[in-house]
Ligand binder design. Structure first.
Ligand code: SAH
Length: 239
């Protein structure tokens, strides 16, 4: 069933009014008709089965036929502090990271970042990628995207179990997770050129654990989603 995240204003009692963009997709792309059902997500963890009533490009509405918690939310909150990456690598992190169960993305400015201006257009595009990935992967919430932070500030702000991924880290991820059941995990991943040694030292000084995922070097855009999969696997929430 097709899934759509909706703003709170779209719900009035048992009536749901879809956005113009969704109305367009339902009429022109999906060719839905009155009587067809879609899933409307409130973005706060609930999903409503909606029977469509009016289906036109100008107005698409329906009535809620059933409500349940969305199944796809992870048991542990994972914030990815990802050093800014060039071009579509960042898009990839958002898309795959959402599938992997990441709950929040924080763009981080690290020393080797080739930082690009983050205009409103780019942010809108990122928001769209997150929403589409969350709909596709049956998440109950769209992961949040925070404003960029300097690495030093991010190390101070991060909560829960703090893991700093570093190719030359000595603590294996497995050891850092052993016998721990944190509600929140903060994961730091470097840019294409990696973190500098001093940045890893700053992470240790800030109380984070510098961890390795083994002898293979992952590309920057692979590391965050891979870590999220591994963390959820360790918690019995993947496979
Ligand atoms: N400096 C490296 C590559 C950096 S990979 C080089 O140029 O060869 C980008 C980021 O992915 C790193 O900063 C780190 O956060 C993460 N990463 C990649 N492979 C990793 C591994 N085996 N263990 C821990 N982190 C890793």
């Amino acid at each position: 069933m097709q899934r759509f995240f909706l703003p709170p204003a779209a719900f009035a009692g048992s009536k749901v009014t879809f956005t113009d963009e969704q109305a367009h997709q339902m009429t022109r792309v999906l060719r839905l008709r009155p009587g067809d059902q879609v899933m409307a997500l409130d973005g706060a963890g609930l999903q409503h089965t909606v029977t469509l009533e009016t289906v036109t490009q100008g107005l698409t509405t329906g009535a809620i036929a059933g409500t349940e918690p969305a199944p796809g939310e992870p048991r542990v909150g994972i914030t990815l502090y990802q050093a800014l990456l060039k071009g579509d690598r960042w898009d990839y992190v958002l898309q795959k990271g959402t599938e992997a169960g990441i709950t929040r993305f924080v763009p981080v400015i690290a020393r080797r970042c080739i930082v690009q201006a983050e205009g409103p257009v780019r942010r809108q595009r990122w928001q769209r990628i997150l929403t589409e990935a969350a709909e596709q992967s049956e998440r109950g919430r769209v992961p949040t995207l925070s404003d960029p932070m300097l690495l030093a500030d991010a190390l101070r702000a991060a909560g829960g179990l703090r893991l700093f991924a570093y190719e030359r880290g000595v603590t294996p991820l497995r050891a850092a997770l052993a016998r721990r059941r944190p509600k929140e995990v903060s994961v730091f991943v470097g840019p294409e050129g990696g973190f500098e040694r001093e940045e890893a030292a700053a992470a240790t000084a800030a109380g984070a654990q510098v961890i390795s995922v083994g002898p293979r070097i992952l590309r920057a855009e692979t590391a965050g989603p891979a870590l999220a999969f591994a963390i959820l696997y360790a918690r019995g929430d993947f496979g």
